[in-house]
Design a binder for this molecule. Structure first.
Ligand SMILES: Cc1cc2nc3c(=O)[nH]c(=O)nc-3n(C[C@H](O)[C@H](O)[C@H](O)COP(=O)(O)O)c2cc1C
Length: 266
């Protein structure tokens, strides 16, 4: 026999029911309805996503109207899903939308993490550039697996990705290196990333010397600098909801182009 609900449980059930309803409404409601049509017109209706509109509201209204993420909203291919969220992040004037935490570990499994910039992505993987002799470079040489995390607080979204990592072809690194400003290319020669230095002066003097040396000349790609590509074995897409009952979906790779999607507990 079902246990009679306590007043507290009934209140909670009603609240969750209301939240679920308002979430469904918010997911369907157009931006104009959420913002009010005059505000939407004043803002030029530049928003393509209800979530972005929700972010402009007071915390209280956000909690009531925040969008929900349902499995039916997801693309079956996590790269397409990533593309959707990443493009919105790029269009949303966020401070560093391409910044991602890169977690690596040494051979013994001791982890370390830092921010790097995502420079390219496609079905082949996620590419970032760095110094191969840095701490991350050395850790990846000994233990070629890593995890990435994007967090866009203004969009209430996080994406986690993990998988094996390998160096990209040197020609590909060269093509990217050539697009970098002159000073950044010289900087790659001036800095032994992650090595101790005696003083700032030592670095500045080295940079000045190299700027003079390369003035008017091609700056070649240093042998210890280039790109790594992470090939995802899994992705997780996270979107916040009230009461910490967030939406999380994990894609696990079953074969090259087949993915299993599961909802995870928040
Ligand atoms: C916003 C931001 C972007 C960064 N982008 C890169 C990058 O693309 N590549 C890189 O090697 N370091 C980048 N860094 C510096 C790294 O966080 C880190 O300090 C450096 O790579 C040395 O890390 P390691 O000693 O763990 O190898 C960035 C830092 C910040 C805050």
């Amino acid at each position: 026999m079902a246990r009679p609900a306590s007043p507290e449980r009934s209140r909670l059930a009603r609240k969750l029911g209301r939240d679920a309803e308002s979430c469904e409404r918010a997911a369907r409601a157009p931006v104009r309805e959420l913002l009010g049509s005059s505000t939407a017109s004043r803002l030029g209706f530049a928003f393509r996503d209800n979530l972005w509109a929700v972010n402009l509201m007071s915390k209280a209204r956000q909690a009531a109207l925040i969008s929900c993420l349902r499995q039916s909203d997801l693309d079956p291919d996590p790269f397409n899903q990533f593309d959707r969220w990443f493009k919105l992040a790029l269009e949303s004037n966020l401070p560093e939308p391409t910044a991602m935490t890169l977690a690596t570990a040494d051979r013994e499994g001791t982890p370390s993490a830092r921010i790097v910039l995502l420079k390219a992505y496609d079905q082949g993987g996620f590419t970032f550039f760095t110094n191969f002799e840095s701490q991350k470079g050395r850790e990846l040489a000994g233990n070629p697996r890593a995890a990435l995390v994007f967090y866009w607080p203004q969009l209430n979204r996080q994406i986690r990705i993990a998988g094996p990592v390998s160096k990209i072809a040197r020609e590909e690194s060269e093509r990217y290196f050539e697009t970098r400003p002159f000073e950044s290319r010289v900087g790659a020669w001036a800095s032994s990333q992650s090595q101790p230095i005696h003083s700032r002066e030592e670095l500045d003097n080295r940079m000045e010397e190299l700027l003079r040396q390369y003035e008017g000349k091609e700056v070649p790609l240093p042998p210890y600098w280039g790109g790594f590509r992470l090939v995802p074995g899994w992705f997780e897409f996270w979107q916040s909801r009230p009461n910490r009952l967030h939406d999380r979906f994990r894609y696990t790779r079953l074969s090259e182009h087949t993915w299993k999607i599961e909802r995870l507990s928040p």
